[in-house]
Design a protein around this ligand. Structure first.
Ligand code: SF4
Ligand code: SF4
Length: 776
């Protein structure tokens, strides 16, 4: 024998159950139209899966569950989908929600079903899928998706079936237990099987339902299902209250019964599970009590989900526009703002009390009766004040969430304050605030994620830009270092248009562009080199002309200068040829203009110049010079070298004689000594006989001696004598230069300009010397 426990608080309102439990549950006719909300449960609305105009059968899915906390909805009869739109639903605010409006065809044609007799062989997952697909939600009033409630991970040791139905007036479960006890028992057995056959399975029924108690005990005889009876007291049917009554355990605040290893289901839900699992029938109807002093035809009805309240009441000949209609009982129900709303899975009662049961409130007189009545041991008075102030923190501190909205406080309140309405409004406000906070958090998270993504993208973009820049600089460097044209294979079309229909054509175009750019660069380099070589040739010409102007055409330096010139001209010609190749242009006449025009080493080449190309002419000139050199014997070359050294000694000696700059004179002395030493080395070679060596040694010694004498003479001169000597030397050079210029003019020499420059230079030097020494 089970020990029954008491609960705190509670009230004993007039039961008034006899108003509706005197006759069997009745069926209703098929009405012309049904309104089926897609959300009749806690959680996410089902997703509509039919379209306007679709023909549907009774039991056909019209909205499928779209998430874990969701369940499906079905057509209550056969007909045509008339509308899918927002429609007023069963809610105290009269709010609209998305609903499918079904126009019944009156045939009530049902979908094909397949009865299951082997449900014991089905596993938990298969049973949960059937329950979810059948659209079963708690029929006790909370409409929590049943499959979700049964899909917990915590071990269950106690299954409690709630047959309490403690609220006054309501007799739907009472009548169901009387008429469908076997089905309820089978449903309980399926539940126990699904939950792994918990140790305790008990059906709790208040002692004000003796017929239901008796019939359920008969139905469950021989099974492990226990049927327990306990004293009537409101709200014994609350989940936490019934657990306490039957087990003595209290569900912790903020937690669920599974924390104690307990699962609770309503008797109507148990029967719906039986119909779904064995009869293959979805939840399309429920038992609804229609009662109250304001309606004559009372009773319980198998009411299809979606039945409009006005249709049902009209069927019962209720046509008053003044009477209030309450959905639910007098303790927990709410007044419907309109009768054009549907019966849903949670609609256990439609109450027409016939008097103003929920109004006539005044002020709180702080009597404390509400706290005594509260089964959850809350302080309803404080909750009332803080609900009015919308103080969420205080409501949380006073555990508003533990309020089961039983209405016991409101029932005992002498001021008839609508306490439960205040609590519901406060809960809704808290829920909305939490949702707003969640939306805000999500928006902030999205913003931060987006910002992070953009920052990362920006960083990646910058990294790519830097990589491109580095690659471009590397490529540029490589191009500068390599004269070879890059191959097609090495070309990467970095900037090729991704939309180009012909990537190869784009690559070719890019290659062409690259080649053109390289050709421009190469052309520019060649022009610079040509300009430089032209200046070099001009400078050599100038040296040749000045040498001839000052020392005559037989000066030993001339062959060297001519050799340098020939090499430069050849280089110039080669550059011009390369430039012509790069530019795709014919060769210019620059090479011809730059060819040697002074006394040629190779006269044959000069004579043949008219018929030869510029290259050939230059090459011939250089080859001839090289051949002339190579054709000389070592002795001849040594003699030429000796001659150049001695010429230099003579030149240095002359400069020494003419200069009065002590620093320059010191330099010239050292130069003469170095040249003399070099002269001795040259003479020591086999190219010179001892006699010749002797002669040249004598000449060298003479030169040195002359230099010494000159130096001594210079040192002995007075400043005036030195100035006179210097002036005479410059004047002699000028006269000599002028004489050579005259001769060149007479011969129409092609280097007249060089001769003129030589004269000008000496004139300038003489003028400067005169100016400086006149000032002194
Ligand atoms: S409605 Fe809430 S506060 Fe009032 S008695 Fe019930 S549980 Fe307590
Ligand atoms: S029962 Fe009503 S009047 Fe009395 S304290 Fe509670 S709310 Fe106030």
């Amino acid at each position: 024998m089970r020990i029954i426990h008491d609960i705190p608080g509670g009230v004993f309102p007039p039961e008034q159950k006899s108003l509706s439990n005197q006759q069997e549950i009745q069926s209703l006719p098929i009405f012309s139209e049904y309104i089926i909300p897609l959300k009749q449960h806690i959680g996410v609305a089902a997703t509509v899966c039919v379209e306007i105009g679709d023909k549907v059968l009774k039991g056909q899915v019209i909205g499928v569950s779209t998430g874990f906390m969701s369940t499906s909805v079905h057509a209550p009869t056969s007909g045509t989908i008339k509308e899918i739109d927002y429609h007023p639903v069963s809610h105290p605010s009269g709010l609209k929600d998305i609903a499918v409006i079904l126009e019944a065809d009156g045939l009530d044609t049902q979908i094909t079903t397949k009865r299951r007799t082997d449900w014991q062989s089905l596993g938990k997952r298969e049973l949960l899928d059937i329950i979810r697909s059948a659209g079963i939600a708690g029929l006790g009033g909370a409409s929590f998706p049943t499959a979700v409630k049964l899909d917990g991970q915590r071990p269950i040791n106690t299954l409690i079936i709630n047959g309490t139905e403690c609220e006054p007036y309501i007799t739907a479960d009472d009548m169901l237990m009387r008429e469908k006890a076997d089905e309820i028992r089978t449903g309980v057995e399926i539940l126990a099987h699904l939950l792994g056959n918990p140790a305790t399975v008990v059906i709790g029924i208040e002692d004000n339902k003796p017929e239901a108690l008796s019939l359920m005990r008969i139905a469950c005889a021989g099974t492990k299902i226990e049927v327990a009876s306990f004293p009537t007291k409101y709200p014994s049917g609350g989940e936490k209250q019934l657990i306490q009554i039957l087990t003595g355990q209290e569900v912790p605040s903020g937690d669920i019964p599974a924390a104690l290893g307990i699962v609770m289901q309503n008797v109507g839900t148990a029967r719906a599970i039986k119909q779904a699992v064995i009869d293959d029938l979805p939840l399309i109807e429920r038992v609804t009590t229609v009662t109250g002093e304001g309606i004559e035809q009372r009773g319980n009805f198998f009411t299809r989900i979606g039945t409009k309240v006005e249709d049902l009441l009209a069927h019962l000949n209720f046509r008053s526009d003044d009477d209030k209609v309450i959905m639910g009982g007098p303790m927990m129900g709410f007044e419907l703002p309109s009768l054009n709303v549907p019966v849903v899975k949670a609609t256990n009662c439609l109450l027409i009390p016939g008097y103003d049961a929920l109004n006539a409130s005044s002020e709180c007189i702080r009597c404390g009766l509400c706290a005594e009545a509260c089964p959850a041991q809350l302080l309803p008075q404080q909750l009332y004040w803080y609900s009015k102030a919308d103080d969420h923190d205080k409501l949380d501190a006073y555990h508003l969430s533990d309020c089961i909205e039983c209405g016991a406080c409101a029932y005992v309140c002498p001021s008839k304050l609508p306490l439960v309405q205040h609590y519901r409004a406060a809960k809704a406000s808290i829920k909305h605030a939490a949702e707003d906070q969640l939306r805000s958090d999500r928006a902030r998270a999205r913003f931060e994620f987006r910002k992070q993504r953009m920052d990362a993208a920006e960083a990646e973009k910058e990294a790519k830009r830097l990589a491109r820049k580095a690659a471009a600089e590397k490529a540029k460097l490589a191009k500068q270092q390599q004269s070879a044209t890059p191959s097609v294979a090495s070309f990467k079309p970095v900037n090729a248009n991704a939309d180009s229909p012909d990537p190869l054509a784009a690559a070719r175009a890019k290659l062409k562009q690259t080649k053109a750019s390289e050709a421009d660069q190469q052309s520019e380099r060649l022009h610079k080199q040509l300009k430089s070589i032209a200046q070099r040739i001009e400078f050599i010409d100038q040296q040749i002309a000045e040498t001839i102007a000052e020392h005559g055409e037989d000066a030993s330096l001339i062959p060297q200068l001519q050799s340098k010139r020939a090499a430069s001209v050849l280089k110039q010609t080669q550059l011009q040829t390369k430039l012509a190749d790069v530019s795709g242009l014919p060769q210019t006449a620059n090479a011809a203009e730059a060819l040697p025009t002074t006394k040629q080493v190779n006269t044959d080449g000069n004579n043949a110049a008219q018929g030869q190309s510029n290259i050939e002419r230059a090459e011939n000139a250089l080859n001839a010079l090289t051949a002339a050199r190579s054709s000389r014997s070592p002795q001849e070359r040594q003699r030429e070298a000796l001659q150049r050294i001695e010429d230099n000694i003579a030149r240095s000696q002359q400069q020494l004689n003419e200069s009065d700059d002590e620093l320059l004179r010191e330099k010239l002395h050292r130069r003469i000594e170095q040249l003399t030493a070099k002269q001795q080395e040259t003479l020591a070679s086999d190219a010179f006989s001892p006699a010749v060596q002797s002669v040249h040694n004598d000449k060298a010694l003479e030169a040195i001696e002359r230099a010494k004498q000159t130096a001594a003479a210079q040192a002995s001169l007075t400043p005036a004598e030195k100035r006179q000597q210097q002036h005479a030397s410059l004047q002699a050079r000028l006269d000599k230069a002028k004489a050579r210029l005259s001769k060149a003019e007479a011969e129409n020499n092609e280097h007249l300009e060089a001769f003129r420059n030589a004269v000008t230079k000496i004139e300038v030097k003489l003028a400067e010397w005169t100016r400086d020494h006149d000032e002194n």
